[in-house]
Design a protein around this ligand. Structure first.
Ligand code: G6P
Ligand code: MG
Length: 219
């Protein structure tokens, strides 16, 4: 039986990818590093420290641990400042409707995000009230593709993984859901999330009716 839903944040509930891109781009320009949208795609769903390592590897740069932390903090300051522009109008189309519907139907709902800024993003969206449990980048040590963040969320909801559906837009996020034994819904192109149990192009198509129809044997 499906009793709970676990949502990734960035790329599922709201599109912060552009703000992350601008902040990494600003840092990279200052450092003289190459950074473009193609490389930004590789950062989808992975932690801040893993992200800076991907960018540095791409540029064949190596620095001390302290320098890497300082640079990732600099990027984060730029990113966090840009979150002030986010408002309750910035849900991805369909996301707020689905969250509202799930609450009306009495399902348990959790957040399972790699971001350490999830609380601030939810506040800006006025979305905190939709969630029974908030799992974010501060909740677990190992980030996606490890299943830890989703296991944290399901444990807090007091549900087994196979009683939960994970919504994810990242390849490594679907990897994490599968590794943890969760049902999975992929949001985005097949090249990225085609390994999910069911896939929708965007959250607009992922209505409660469509999701319920797909998983009908479990309701
Ligand atoms: C999300 C995004 C990633 C980002 C990560 C960490 O998973 O998809 O692109 O790197 O969160 O975000 P943070 O806000 O902690 O830097
Ligand atoms: Mg995401």
């Amino acid at each position: 039986m499906i009793k709970g839903f676990i949502f990734d944040l960035d790329g599922v509930i709201t599109d912060t990818a552009e703000l992350h891109y601008e902040a990494w781009k600003k840092l990279s320009d200052e450092m003289g590093w190459h950074f473009d949208r193609e490389l930004n795609e590789k950062l989808r769903g992975i932690s801040r420290m893993d992200s800076i390592k991907v960018i540095m590897d791409h540029n064949r740069v190596s620095l001390t641990d302290d320098a890497v932390v300082a640079l990732s903090t600099k990027k984060n300051d730029i990113y966090v400042a840009s979150l002030d522009t986010m408002t309750p109008n910035d849900y991805l189309p369909g996301a707020k409707e689905l969250l509202t519907h799930l609450r009306q139907e009495g399902f348990l709902v959790a957040l399972g995000s790699a971001s350490k800024n999830a609380a601030k993003v939810l506040q800006q969206l006025n979305a905190t009230h939709f969630f029974d449990v908030i799992g974010d980048g501060n909740s677990v040590a190992k980030s996606k593709p490890a299943p830890d963040i989703f296991l944290y969320a399901s444990e807090k909801l007091k549900l087994q993984p196979n009683n939960c559906v994970v919504f994810e837009d990242a390849e490594k996020g679907i990897d994490a859901a599968i590794a943890g034994g969760f049902h999975s819904v992929g949001i985005g192109p097949a090249e990225r999330v085609g390994h999910a149990e069911v896939r929708f192009d965007s959250m607009k198509e992922a209505t409660f009716f469509e999701v319920k129809s797909f998983f009908s044997e479990f309701f």
